[in-house]
Design a protein around this ligand. Structure first.
Ligand code: NAP
Length: 336
């Protein structure tokens, strides 16, 4: 959507609590499209606040989320999940009736559990999750195009104000995303397989390689183009963020891990007993899944600013998170 389609800012004052990769990308995208009169930024550490100020990401800066949310008609929480409850407790009593609270967290049931009890009646809570990102962190890692041609999932709790949901949906559409609304429990199940399990696998395989003897480890890095490097990118993701994701989507993650280890055991058995046909059947099936991902326009470049390789993939990169949902809209790219 162009600036001309937004003659008036959609929001008077947006407070961004947390100004890392996602918060700073949203700040840049909002500024580029003139979607807010003011953008108030709050973060925990002075060094991060200084970076946000130097990058001119907002119109005001504070270490106190309470200061940022004063007079805000939209608050977006963009910190690791473990910080949500404390932030909600701090800002909840200060929000004006009619204000909308949203977020970008990667798990949704836990967010509703931690935030909703602190919000007064008349404050609308519309949890969200942009299926977009990179393995980088911090305000300098963000970019305005991050959400373009990506999905954003909204998980409004039952009874949520429809006009507030539409305002948040419109915000994400304005920054280039397609919006899918679903129940928080469904979101957490889908993301457990498309995003959380792949990250566990990546963290594990890179950890296993790190435990090898020094000489073997050097060769793992040297010959990493044979597959390992794709895991290293995912395994470079922020440790705190992922700690919080696994701890806050515990049941779904454990369920997917159980299924995965059963399948792994089956493959282990087929290799041990030389069952080539069994292996071939399994690998043919997964190749079909990859074709489906490509056909759904989900296999494009990981970072939209990077040049694409010959088959539409960024050179040597693979995806992180995917929503697993389709709405028939074309042109969507790979997600984190
Ligand atoms: P990030 O780059 O690491 O930035 C995190 C921000 O949260 C920083 O401003 C940081 O402040 C602040 N923060 C960290 N701990 C805090 C605490 N205990 N109290 C208050 N503020 C705290 O993180 P990100 O990648 O933008 O991720 C933010 C959220 O988006 C997470 O919930 C994540 O699940 C979700 N998400 C991430 C991705 C992705 O690919 N990265 C994609 C979709 C959704 P200081 O630097 O001042 O400490």
């Amino acid at each position: 959507m162009t600036e001309l389609e937004h003659p008036q800012p959609a929001f008077r004052r947006v407070a961004l609590i947390g100004i890392g990769l996602i918060g700073s990308s949203l700040a840049r995208a909002i500024a580029r499209r003139g979607l807010a009169g003011e953008v108030a930024i709050a973060t925990r550490r002075q060094a991060t606040l200084d970076k946000a100020r130097a990058l001119q990401l907002g119109t005001s800066y504070s270490l106190d989320p309470a200061e940022a949310v004063a007079g805000a008609d939209l608050v977006v929480i963009g910190t690791p999940l473990g910080a949500y409850a404390e932030i909600a407790e701090r800002i909840g009593p200060l929000l004006e009736p009619g204000a909308i609270v949203s977020d970008v967290g990667s798990v949704k049931q836990a967010v509703i559990r931690d935030v909703a009890p602190h919000l007064a009646e008349g404050v609308h809570f519309v949890p969200g999750h942009p299926i977009a990102g990179t393995e980088q962190s911090g305000p300098e890692a963000g970019f305005a195009e991050l959400f373009e041609n990506r999905w954003c999932i909204l998980t409004p709790p039952p009874g949520c104000n429809p006009a507030a949901v539409e305002k948040i949906a419109s915000l994400w559409r304005s920054v280039g995303s397609s919006v899918q609304i679903m129940e928080a429990s469904h979101h957490d199940k889908v993301l457990a397989i498309t995003s959380h399990l792949p990250h566990i696998i990546a963290y594990t395989i890179v950890g296993t390689a790190a435990d090898l003897e020094a000489s073997d480890r050097a060769e793992v890095i040297k010959f990493s183009a044979s597959g390992f490097r794709d895991f290293t990118r995912i395994a470079a993701s922020d440790p705190i963020m992922w700690r919080d994701i696994f701890l806050n989507n515990r049941e779904q993650v454990l369920e997917m891990l159980q299924r995965f280890s059963e399948d792994l055991t089956a493959i282990q058995r087929a290799i041990r007993w030389g069952e080539g046909e069994e292996l071939e059947t399994r690998f043919r099936r997964t190749r079909e899944i990859r074709r489906g991902v490509v056909d759904a326009h989900q296999a494009g470049s990981f970072d939209p600013r990077e040049p694409e390789g010959p088959d539409g993939e960024t050179d040597g990169e693979t995806a992180g998170e995917t929503s697993g949902e389709t709405s028939g809209e074309a042109g969507l790219k790979e997600e984190t």
